[in-house]
Design a protein around this ligand. Sequence first.
Ligand code: ACM
Length: 637
Amino acid sequence: MTLHLHRLTAIIFWACCSTTAPAQQPQLPIIPTPVAVKAGTGTLTLTAQTTLSIPASQPAVAAVGAYLANALRPATGIEVKTVTTASAAGIQFQLLNPQNTQLGKEGYTVDITTTQAVIRANTAAGLFYGVQTLLQLLPPAVESKTRVNGVAWTLPVASITDYPRFGWRGIMLDVSRHFFTKEEVKAFIDQIARYKYNRLHWHLTDDQGWRMEIKSLPRLTSVGAWRVPRYGQWGTHEAPKPGEAATDGGFYTQDEIREVIAYARERFIEILPEIDVPGHSMAALAAYPELSCTHEPVMVNPGSHFSTWHGNGKFTMHIDNTLNPSNEKVYEFLDKVFTEVAAVFPFEYIHMGGDECYKGYWEKDPGCQALIKKLGIKDAHELQSYFNNRVNKIVTAKKKKLIGWDEILEGGLAPGAAVMSWRGTAGGVAAAKQKHPVVMTPNETCYLDLYQGDPAIEPPTYSHVRLRDSYHYNPVPAGIDSTLILGGQGNLWTEQIPTVPQIEYMVYPRAFALSEVFWSPQPSRNWTGFVSRVEQHFERFDFARRNYARSMYDPIIGVTKNAAGRLVLKLETEVAGLDLYYTLDNTLPNQYYPLYKGPIELPEGTDLFRVITYRNGKPVGKLISITAEVLEKRVGK
Ligand code: ACM
């Protein structure tokens, strides 16, 4: 209800106070959509003679120039020559003096005429974002990694003014559940920078692997980074056998991490490291079992079953994966870890996790119970708050600020801590009401690991986030001080994501939507225009040979039962103007089969429903096949 009211307020604001209505904005193929675009007529063509003029003696600006030259070279073959004298032709970077307060630290303008393209900004970061916009205005073939002949490398005449809505525009990458190499992480960073993201939240530790070298605690990586190899369905893998060799995994040395940080900084991305404690710590406990309540030897989890989820957020762990908050050695351990994390990562925040900490072992542990009594606190939840405060002291002693998942609110938030709201938005609202900064990452709109299409044909997961859900998210809930919302983040948990193509499939196009949510003004949301731009970016990805999901073309299948007890299927699509062809007789549907015109009642005996979407006579979606048995289970869901 409040969200709808907020949207309505936004629409009214736009209608009365804005000079350019979104529907009239020309749809230049830019994601995230800029604040203001004035399209002109004509084009500027880049040629072998095109020069890039940059202000002299600014290394950060020269680096952005080199980035642009490198981005243009493979597909166009153009070697852009950099000059430090202002030129009336070609591409020009200008640092604004005096500064333009509207553009802030990351904004820019791009002015393209038939003779030159000028990018102006207060900072090198702003120029970098102007470069991203410029690249997106070139033909999609510019994304090719090999030379493309016969393309005119034109830019449309236009004037663009642009700056972000939020200062925190992040994506979280989980490298514990599946390990991704330094080069793969860099490629991920390079890609998100294209969409003006400026934070990578690096989930470096979890039950399934510890990924950061900690020199003072070598077993964290010699033991904690490795698990027994398993294939097949995550969560059902066979548990490690005693004495079995742990050969699957990997970690980053501190030098490698520094290299990734430098690479990210060249793309104006800061990296937020996460050390997830006191739960999710099985990999650490495999290395140092004395830090749990049970002291039981454990092995790094290889994706085998070790917890039961009861719904309503309640769960039971069958193997102890929690640090013991009553053991001083735990804080000595954490001091060593955070000392090294703080020394390696320059970003102002460190993420301490704090999510899904099972209290069952604490409740049975005499040491924890004695501590609860001694502190005069109520229960194990307040004990986690005590633990959080201890971690906060450690982290702030290293001159860093603490951020954690919204569970760190329970039992009282540590002074100055920021909250990442993931179990919906309630945690974010509560934290903001207590005047703490918030990053919004609610699972129902920002989780990139969830189904984006029909579960019958998507990799298994536990809930849904469709592209339109992400796109229509507004990170500022009604009734709170919006300045406390630092921004938002998409989260990519990788239990079900073992490969880079699968990363790309899950991240794109939802990260397009979220980039717009975190960068573009809220009133500029325009679903039809967005879909059209997404399609142009699909073409760019095709040239780049990069994967993405086409699930937005797949039908959304609603299932009910009528009075006669028959299944009734109601189909819709996220994208307008699609034709849906279906079969009920185990044959493969195409454009010669029945066209969906309204709810379908399945005749008695139907055992398989199949459907596929077409546009202009061509298939655009995936073939979906669902048994009547599965449909039956979906009734009312
Ligand atoms: C989380 O998804 N457990 C933060």
